[in-house]
Design a protein around this ligand. Structure first.
Ligand code: PMP
Length: 405
């Protein structure tokens, strides 16, 4: 199939708007993506025509809403190739997925003297919940180091693993460097020691085909809003044998089997981890987003964005004083950069005036910034609707801002 980016853009009404009288060039997809009509209309349709609380109702609408919600779970299962819908827990996003796991796994199996391993390029969402757990339990956080090129030092990973290691947590794609980590290899190394692995898929799921059985990770987290779906919904995948072993995260409705003053028993998977009314409108809309990207083809999206990223890097490298962070062999559609000694905030603010939306700052990865010896970067991150023309405008914009300094 020919990937027709101009036709794709028609599905995203926001891309036609202007900011400061200039066409919007949206290059902040790492933070969140824009939504196609199919997603927004599904939400409207559900609120207008179906809305009722799920799971607890005998009436028609409740059953219909439940059917949509549970069908969405199946759509997610298929999308990441999980074995069973019991392994798909709906959360509010990657951050909540990781907090859930850090709490439940922490309660089940982390004690004083234990160790948790994360990587040098994690988002705060995959650092802080583990730090909080370590503080609660008297455990220690250890870090897989990174080369100057922005690749994890897998030789050093082996040295970090020991009988006290309880879990290894690593991002699939860095939201700063764009590095695509060899997650399959990481899982292999860690599993040889009988230790489970969590992969943070927030930045991979929107850009490439993901198969959790092929990766063989024990847990995998991602956010709906970064894959063209709505805000407020995300997923924690966990192998069934793991989720069975872990205690619930939050207490409340839906996660119980029976409640009495003496003793409460918990629901089966995945409901054990889903206390309270889920955002069933968002889960349905997430399924629509997944159907949307699946119809385009995750392989096609990957190829389109790879071409765009290569083109952008080649053009950007010709700009005087350009410093692109990270030179990993396998990299995704995220480019973090600095030009000369222009502050990232100045660059971002001036690009914004040209209609170009980029992100500036530490990108919720302060330890990584410290490792790079900088306070922040400008970050352009591409999505399935970005074009070479937009990259050209970005390059011209950067050159124009550079000339001003
Ligand atoms: N991990 C990574 C790698 C991310 O890029 C992000 C979002 N920037 C998160 C976790 C957190 O995602 P959310 O805010 O949707 O929970």
């Amino acid at each position: 199939m020919m990937y027709d980016v101009n036709k794709v853009r028609e599905d995203f009404p926001i891309l036609a708007r202007e900011v400061y009288g200039r066409p919007l060039i949206y290059l902040d997809n790492g933070a969140t993506t824009q939504k196609p009509r199919q997603v927004v209309e599904a939400m409207m349709d559900e609120y207008y025509n179906v809305n009722a609380n799920v799971h607890r109702g005998v009436h028609f609408l409740s059953q219909q809403a439940t059917d949509l919600h549970e069908a969405s779970r199946e759509t997610v299962r298929k999308f990441i190739n999980a074995k069973s819908t019991n392994e798909i827990v709906f959360t509010r996003g990657t951050t909540e997925s990781i907090n859930l796991l850090a709490f439940s796994l922490g309660e089940a199996m982390v004690k004083e003297g234990d160790e948790i391993v994360v990587s040098a390029m994690e988002h705060h969402s995959n650092i802080v919940p583990w730090q909080m757990l370590c503080e609660r339990k008297g455990a220690t956080l250890r870090v897989i180091p990174m080369t100057d090129e922005g690749e994890l030092e897998l030789g050093r990973l082996e040295e970090l693993l020991n009988p006290h290691t309880r879990i290894v947590c690593c991002t699939h794609v860095s939201n700063v460097l764009g590095t695509i980590n060899p997650v399959k290899r990481i899982v292999e190394i860690v599993h040889a020691h009988g230790i489970p692995v969590l992969i943070d898929g927030a930045q991979s799921v929107p850009h490439m085909p993901v198969d959790v059985q092929d990766i063989d990770c024990d847990f995998f987290a991602f956010s709906g809003h970064k894959v063209y779906g709505p805000t407020g919904v995300g997923v924690l995948y966990g192998k069934e044998e793991w989720l069975e072993k872990l205690p619930p995260y939050q207490g409340g409705g839906e996660m119980i089997k029976n409640v009495s003053w003496e003793r409460t028993t918990y629901n089966v998977l995945p409901y054990k981890f889903e206390a309270g009314t889920p955002d069933y409108v968002a889960t349905h809309a997430l399924a629509k987003a997944i159907e949307y990207v699946t119809a385009l083809g995750m392989d096609n999206i990957y190829a389109h964005e790879q071409e765009l990223t290569q083109y952008a890097i080649e053009r950007m490298q010709q700009i005087e004083g350009m410093r692109i962070m990270g030179e990993a062999t396998h990299r995704d559609a995220v480019i973090s950069f600095l030009v000369g000694d222009i502050h990232h905030l100045d660059m971002g603010t001036l690009l914004d005036r040209l209609g170009i939306a980029v992100r500036t700052g530490h990108h919720c990865a302060e330890p990584l910034m410290t490792r790079l010896g900088i306070s922040g970067t400008v970050r352009a991150s591409f999505g399935l609707y970005n074009t070479k023309e937009e990259v050209n405008t970005l390059v011209e914009g950067i050159e124009r801002v550079s000339r001003m300094f």
